[in-house]
Write a protein that binds this ligand. Structure first.
Ligand SMILES: Cc1cc2nc3c(=O)[nH]c(=O)nc-3n(C[C@H](O)[C@H](O)[C@H](O)COP(=O)(O)OP(=O)(O)OC[C@H]3O[C@@H](n4cnc5c(N)ncnc54)[C@H](O)[C@@H]3O)c2cc1C
Length: 324
């Protein structure tokens, strides 16, 4: 019988991704209801020492595959490893972050396991019998659909980073670390990594928006983003944008907040010249403190703002830069 709630714990360069820790928190809540265990899948090379972190964040058992075939993410080896583990242990649920890796891997796995997958969930609940209720926006974000997978196991879902809250780590928690070996079918490895070229992450303002504590976010009302970038640098934050600035090529899509961008939950979200369309709010309204600057006092962004300033965005940014 299928049992236990698993989380695919994505790591990059040996660093566990924040979304994996968020998912362990949800998995723990789901497992409390059914009396199951929380299992973490940790794949990579030279990553074994990260297992303890996963236990601290809620995993009861960590299935580690430490193998050089998994040093870089490639779909086929990762799909073979996760499929083999899932077939062996038969978890009732497997959760993935809706990252580029999770979005690539989860559908492969669901096809191999002949089960369903609900993408981009914003809420996960379950009943005592272990049925998972996976809620996600539908019809352009105008309504929420709750999807179930009653006839197949595991129940699979991807969840966008920043949507769920991590629990506080407890490094006194005890858990089991199981080292797994995979029987590779190398005849299916069609891709080889020749060289890995990384983005230059040395500048903080270009850091991942889902990890930033402070976001300086610009919309169409910001004509020049350079002072906003200076502000982001001064407050040790990152720059983000509404889709309006992404569509015109001023900002990269990786900086877009919202329904078709990223979901963020920073300690402070500074929205400059952003109207607050529903698709934008969907990605930032859970921020801890929202400051909105807009010349239009009836802009919808003010409805979610903790502090609203009716003013010219460029002038406020200029003054803040001067003050800081
Ligand atoms: C299916 C779908 C998915 C979408 N996904 C996303 C998404 O992921 N993210 C997203 O952001 N949008 C998304 N959109 C687009 C969204 O509907 C809005 O069009 C977009 O968010 C508007 O961006 P904006 O607020 O920057 O621009 P606008 O709506 O044009 O607002 C500009 C604001 O700037 C103010 N302003 C003008 N001049 C100044 C000034 N000098 N100082 C201060 N304020 C000023 C104006 O009063 C106005 O409120 C999506 C739309 C659809 C249909």
């Amino acid at each position: 019988m299928a049992q236990n709630i698993w989380v695919f714990c994505e790591q990059r360069d040996g660093e566990i991704q924040s979304v994996a820790l968020e998912l362990l928190g949800v998995a723990k809540e789901l497992a409390t209801k059914t009396g199951e265990k929380v299992g973490a899948i940790l794949l990579g090379h030279k990553i074994k020492d990260k297992a303890q972190d996963l236990i601290a964040y809620g995993a009861d058992e960590v299935h580690v595959v430490d193998d050089k075939e998994l040093a870089c993410f490639l779909t086929e080896p990762y799909a073979q490893a996760t499929a083999q583990l899932a077939k062996q242990y038969q978890p009732s649920v497997i959760l993935f972050g809706a990252t580029s890796i999770g979005r690539d891997l989860a559908p492969r796995l669901s096809a191999r396991l002949k089960t369903g997958l609900t993408a981009d969930c914003t809420k996960l609940e379950n009943d005592e019998n272990g049925n998972l209720f996976m809620t996600r926006p539908a019809f352009g974000g105008n309504l929420f659909a709750t999807i179930i997978c009653p006839d197949h196991r595991p129940q699979m879902s991807t969840v966008r980073p920043g949507v769920m809250k991590k629990c506080e780590p407890d490094y006194n928690r005890k858990g089991e670390v199981v080292e797994e070996k995979i029987e590779w079918d190398k005849s299916k490895f069609g891709v080889t990594v020749i060289e890995e070229i990384k983005n230059d992450d040395s500048c903080d303002i270009d850091g991942k928006i889902e990890d930033a504590k402070i976001l300086v976010s610009c919309g169409r009302g910001v004509k020049d983003v350079a002072p906003a970038k200076e502000l982001a640098c001064k407050v040790k934050g990152a720059v983000a944008a509404s889709r309006a600035l992404v569509d015109v090529g001023v900002m990269d899509h990786s900086r877009q907040v919202g329904q078709t961008g990223k979901t963020v939950r920073p300690q402070a979200y500074l929205a400059f010249g952003i109207s607050g369309a529903i698709q934008h709010l969907a990605g930032m309204e859970e921020s801890e403190f929202i400051v909105a600057v807009n010349t239009d006092k009836s802009a919808p962004i003010f409805k979610v703002a903790n502090l609203g300033i009716v003013a010219d965005a460029a002038a406020v940014i200029k003054n803040l830069n001067k003050l800081l």
